[in-house]
Write a protein that binds this ligand. Structure first.
Ligand SMILES: *[C@@H]1O[C@H](CO)[C@@H](O)[C@H](O)[C@H]1NC(C)=O
Ligand SMILES: *[C@@H]1O[C@H](CO)[C@@H](O)[C@H](O)[C@H]1NC(C)=O
Ligand SMILES: *[C@@H]1O[C@H](CO)[C@@H](O)[C@H](O)[C@H]1NC(C)=O
Ligand SMILES: *[C@@H]1O[C@H](CO)[C@@H](O)[C@H](O)[C@H]1NC(C)=O
Ligand SMILES: *[C@@H]1O[C@H](CO)[C@@H](O)[C@H](O)[C@H]1NC(C)=O
Ligand SMILES: *[C@@H]1O[C@H](CO)[C@@H](O)[C@H](O)[C@H]1NC(C)=O
Length: 549
């Protein structure tokens, strides 16, 4: 990379400065031979005592000890550089047709025939309209082109489009092009009553034989007698992640929205507050596109790297450690919005090129921040989901990612996340592997939320579950000579209705006591949130959590 970007950013400049210093000291040792008249360098005795160097060729400066002591007490800066709609809903407010974002699942029922548009067999062949019940084959995921124009993806992964014969609709394309593009025209007085205009300019209708064809050219009065009118139903949970935000606005309009968000949502005062509250580190989720700043691929917006630079500057000022967390990997390592999945599909790790691209992102981040004393850890990936993320691809990636960090930093911890969603929940599967790396950390996340089992738990049952089950699981992962352990996400929130402040205080304390066993530490999810109990600043300011007592 060299020092080409010297005018860009302070850290790059600092890196260049270090290189210049190193070069200068090389020159100093060479110059006395080249130019005898030169004043000799000052004696080295002014330097503080350094440990004996293992080899004279070593030019790496002695590592600056990272700020926090183990175990850390950290907070996640969620919803900042990787957006999630529920953390800050207003970010999405300015999107036109904001209920039709990428990944939104829709079903279309003919107003006239009362049958659903179906990708027969889930896709790969005919599109029909002869079923009266809707399930997977009748459900389509939107890919948004703009506020009115979309592709429809079948449950099998193909795209709906106009086939070779005139206007007949099929689901055979593996990638969308013009024939797979449809306009959704909404009725002015009922937005879920729609017509679907195909690329040939005609509206789609289901005909009596069950076939679906784009050949309807008449205007409409939106009545049930119009064969081109469909009742649109949205099903499942809508994704509201970085992809949906950027593509929902379109990159040009998303840019000012996100730049404003990056510079106002988390500011220096937050770092000051975090440090003064007794926390010692921040875990910062980032997306893979930050490595191509300032020109990330569409639809992502450039400029988030400046925000991360600021975070390091403030962390240094307030003596906080930074755990950089690759929260969204290319292709998405889980189907959720926080991995920036476009439509809920999970493609990370399915090719060698994809893994290599992810390693490049880690290399970029480690190289950029290696000289900051606040670079405490690099988390190679958040929440990979089994079985789609295989143990084999994950450990190959963790090995290469670890080496990419070590290439730049001898001291930063390297965090490896356990896979989620293994039916037999083998939380120790990474131990033999991770135990082989100096400075490796295993990340586990504990919530009494995302499982039906917790739906009717009482206050005491939640507390007991933390003290017994999570505590036991953490103890099983925390081994004598194995990797360090990190409860990288937890929250004092549950399914208990109408719990009192005292209940929340007890729950938070029980968790901090249990997760205090983690040898690397813990991190609360999140620092700021539209929901009070998920907002650690709110919890501290309102006396629900006290880290100084
Ligand atoms: C719909 O049409 C397809 C193809 O002709 C046929 O295989 C299927 O059984 C039909 N389904 C219903 C519910 O009529
Ligand atoms: C959306 O895209 C379609 C197809 O490219 C285009 O015809 C239409 O004008 C666009 N609409 C808007 C609002 O940009
Ligand atoms: C979980 O993984 C560990 C480490 O590979 C292995 O020793 C153990 O047998 C596994 N447990 C189960 C239940 O598969
Ligand atoms: C929780 O309680 C409700 C109401 O009693 C019940 O319908 C539901 O099945 C319970 N859920 C679980 C997971 O036990
Ligand atoms: C939680 O721990 C208790 C006590 O050891 C045990 O009976 C129960 O099965 C555990 N629950 C789960 C879901 O593992
Ligand atoms: C919780 O509080 C709400 C509003 O005060 C009340 O309507 C509801 O019945 C309460 N729920 C329980 C389980 O006590």
């Amino acid at each position: 990379m060299g020092c080409r970007g010297g005018t860009r950013l302070p850290l790059v400049r600092r890196l260049c400065f270090v290189v210049v210093l190193l070069c200068a000291s090389c020159l100093c040792s060479i110059l006395p031979y080249a130019n005898a008249k030169r004043t000799p360098p000052p004696p080295p005795s002014v330097k503080p005592k350094a440990p004996p160097s293992p080899s004279p060729s070593q030019v790496v400066p002695a590592p600056v000890p990272p700020y926090p002591a183990l175990p850390v007490r950290a907070v996640c800066l969620g919803g900042w550089l990787v957006t999630e709609g529920w953390i800050l809903p207003p970010l999405f407010d300015g999107i036109p047709n904001k209920d039709l974002l990428d990944g939104t699942q829709v079903q279309f029922k003919s107003a006239l025939r009362k049958t659903y548009i179906t990708a027969d067999q889930g896709g790969g062949g005919a599109v029909l309209a002869n079923r009266t019940q809707a399930s997977d084959w009748e459900t389509f995921k939107l890919w948004r082109i703009n506020e009115t124009t979309f592709n429809f993806r079948t449950s099998g992964g193909q795209f709906v489009g106009i086939g070779a014969s005139d206007g007949i609709i099929v689901a055979t394309a593996t990638a969308p092009a013009l024939p797979e593009t449809f306009q959704i025209v909404r009725c002015p007085f009922d937005k879920n009553r729609v017509r679907i205009k195909a690329a040939n300019g005609y509206f789609v209708q289901g005909i009596a034989t069950g076939e679906v064809i784009a050949d309807y050219g008449e205007p409409t009065r939106w009545s049930d007698w119009d064969a081109s009118v469909f009742l649109m139903t949205k099903v499942g949970q809508q994704l509201q992640g970085e992809y949906q935000l950027c593509n929902g606005y379109g990159t040009d309009k998303a840019a000012p929205v996100l730049r404003d968000h990056w510079s106002t949502y988390i500011v220096e005062d937050d770092f000051k507050f975090i440090a003064s509250s007794g926390l010692t580190a921040v875990r910062i989720p980032v997306g893979w596109w930050i490595a191509s700043d300032p020109n990330p691929p569409a639809p992502y917006v450039g400029g988030s790297l400046q925000a991360l630079d600021n975070a390091f500057k403030w962390a240094e000022k307030y003596k906080l450690g930074v755990i950089i967390d690759l929260h969204a990997a290319p292709g998405s390592q889980n189907p959720w919005e926080h991995s920036s999945s476009r439509d809920g599909t999970q493609e990370w790790g399915t090719t060698d090129a994809n893994i290599a691209q992810t390693v490049q992102v880690i290399d970029f981040l480690a190289s950029r921040y290696a000289t900051s004393p606040s670079l405490f850890a690099v988390e190679l990936m958040n929440e990979p989901l089994a079985p789609r993320a295989t143990l084999d691809s994950l450990t190959r990636y963790y090995r290469d990612g670890y080496n990419a960090v070590r290439k730049h930093s001898p001291t930063a911890y390297v965090v490896m996340s356990n896979r989620l969603g293994i039916s037999s929940a083998n939380s120790t599967e990474l131990l033999p592997f991770a135990g082989g790396f100096q400075g490796a950390v295993i990340d586990v996340h504990y919530y009494t939320m995302f499982n039906k089992m917790f739906d009717n738990f009482t206050v005491q049952q939640n507390i007991d579950f933390v003290r017994t089950n999570f505590s036991g699981e953490l103890a099983a992962v925390t081994t004598q000579n194995g990797p360090l352990t990190f409860v990288g996400e937890w929250v004092a929130e549950w399914k208990v209705p109408n719990a009192t402040k005292e209940d929340y205080q007890k729950y938070a304390t029980a968790q901090m006591n249990a997760y205090g066993q983690a040898t690397f530490g813990w991190s609360y999810w999140t620092v700021k949130n539209a929901n009070n109990h998920w907002d650690l600043e709110w919890m501290i300011k309102n006396g629900y959590i006290n880290l100084k007592g």
